[in-house]
Design a protein. Structure first.
Length: 327
C-alpha cells in the first residue's frame, strides 16, 4: 500500500470517442479512444497542488460518434493541431510524480486508460515498462461517497453528488477537466480515514499465478482476486477459490448452503464457524483483458435473515430449473 508521507492524490477524468461506423467496424482492442485527459493533484492533506488538462487528437476514430458528440462539448475542429495520446500520456505520467494514488468517479476511467496505453504499446507508439503497479490500488470516489452518505451500494452520478453536497456548479459536466475538479471537490469533503480505508483494486491486469493472488481485508469483509484460467468452467472447480474461511480466525469452515449460481455469473454460499458464527460469500466470475477468466470473492458476516434470503433464492432457482426441464 502507499506511504502517506509523500503520496499525491491524482483525481482523474477522461473523455473518449468510439467507432462512428458501428460496433462491427471497431477495433475490439480499443473500443473507446481517449480524446481528453483532465486531472487535479491533491497532497496528502487534500490540498490542491496542481492541475493537468489536454485535448488529444485521435488516431483511430477520427470522426466523432454521434453519442460522443451529443455528450461532450467538442467537434472535430477541436482536435486540429493537438498532440496524440503517447505524447500527452508521457507528460501526464511525469506530472503525476513518483507516488500517485489515482482517484476516479466510478471504475471505468482507469480501465480505458490502461486499454489505451496497451493499444499504443502494441502498435509501437509507446515504449518502456508497464507504467502502473500490480496490484493496482486506487480510490473510487463514487463508492466512498456512497459509504459516507448512503448505503454503500448505490452509485450516483457526479452531478447528483455535487448537488447533494451543495457544491457550486460553475462549469459544465462531461468535460474531463471540469469533472475532475468536481470529483476533487467531493474528495476534499470526505473523511480522510474513509479515503484511506475504502481502497479499490483495478483488475485490468489480474493475477497470472497463485503467488500473485490478492486478498484484502476491509473493516467488515474480505476481497479475494484469483489467478486467471483459460476456461471459464475451471474457475469454480478450483478448491482454493471455493474454500470458505472464517473472517475472524481464518480457519476453513463448513458450508451450510453450498455454492450455487444465481445468474450464471455470480455464485453464493453460506458457511458457519463454530466459534464466530455465520458468513456469506459471493463469487463473481469475470473476464480480463487477455480473455482469461478469474474470480472475485467477497466474504462478510451474515445474519439469520441473510441465510433465509439466500436459502429462498436457491429454492426459487431450483424450482425454475425444474419447471424448465419439464416444459
Amino acid at each position: 500500500m502507499e506511504s502517506v508521507a509523500d503520496l499525491n492524490y491524482i483525481v482523474l477524468d477522461l473523455e473518449w470517442n468510439q467507432c462512428p461506423y458501428g460496433k462491427k467496424k471497431e477495433d475490439s482492442k480499443l473500443p473507446f479512444e481517449i480524446i481528453e485527459i483532465g486531472a487535479v493533484k491533491l497532497d496528502a492533506s487534500l490540498r490542491e497542488i496542481g492541475t493537468f488538462h489536454e485535448i488529444i487528437r485521435p488516431v483511430l476514430y477520427r470522426k466523432l460518434h454521434y453519442m460522443t458528440r451529443s455528450v461532450i462539448h467538442m467537434t472535430e475542429e477541436d482536435f486540429e493541431g493537438k498532440r496524440t495520446f503517447p505524447y500527452v500520456f508521457a507528460d501526464f505520467l511525469l506530472w503525476c510524480g513518483d507516488a500517485p494514488v489515482f482517484c476516479t468517479w466510478g471504475t471505468g476511467d482507469l480501465t480505458e486508460l490502461e486499454r489505451n496505453v496497451r493499444w499504443h504499446i502494441d502498435h509501437g507508439n509507446l515504449t518502456g515498462r508497464w507504467p502502473f503497479p500490480f496490484p493496482f490500488f486506487y480510490r473510487d470516489v463514487q463508492k466512498i461517497f456512497s459509504y459516507e452518505h448512503e448505503d454503500g451500494k448505490k452509485r450516483r452520478s457526479l452531478e447528483w453528488a455535487v448537488e447533494y453536497l451543495q457544491i457550486e456548479k460553475t462549469e459544465e459536466f462531461h468535460d474531463a477537466f471540469s469533472d475532475a475538479r468536481y470529483t476533487a471537490r467531493i474528495l476534499e469533503l470526505l473523511k480522510p480515514e474513509d479515503i484511506k480505508k475504502y481502497s479499490s483494486i483495478d483488475t485490468y491486469h489480474t493475477p497470472s499465478k497463485r503467488s500473485e493472488e490478492i486478498l484484502v481485508r476491509y473493516d467488515n469483509y474480505t476481497k479475494y482476486i484469483s489467478k486467471s484460467f483459460p476456461q471459464r468452467e475451471s474457475v469454480m472447480k478450483d478448491r482454493v477459490i471455493t474454500a470458505t474461511k472464517c473472517l475472524v480466525c481464518g480457519q476453513r469452515i463448513r458450508r451450510s448452503i453450498r455454492w450455487f449460481s444465481d445468474n450464471g455469473r455470480n455464485y453464493l454460499c453460506i458457511a458457519s464457524c463454530p466459534e464466530h458464527g455465520l458468513f456469506r460469500s459471493k463469487i463473481r466470475i469475470r473476464q480480463n483483458a487477455d480473455d482469461q477468466w478469474y474470480a472475485v470473492k467477497t466474504t462478510r458476516a451474515a445474519t439469520e435473515e441473510d441465510v433465509e434470503i439466500t436459502r429462498k433464492k436457491q429454492e426459487t432457482l431450483r424450482h425454475r430449473r425444474k419447471m424448465h426441464r419439464m416444459s
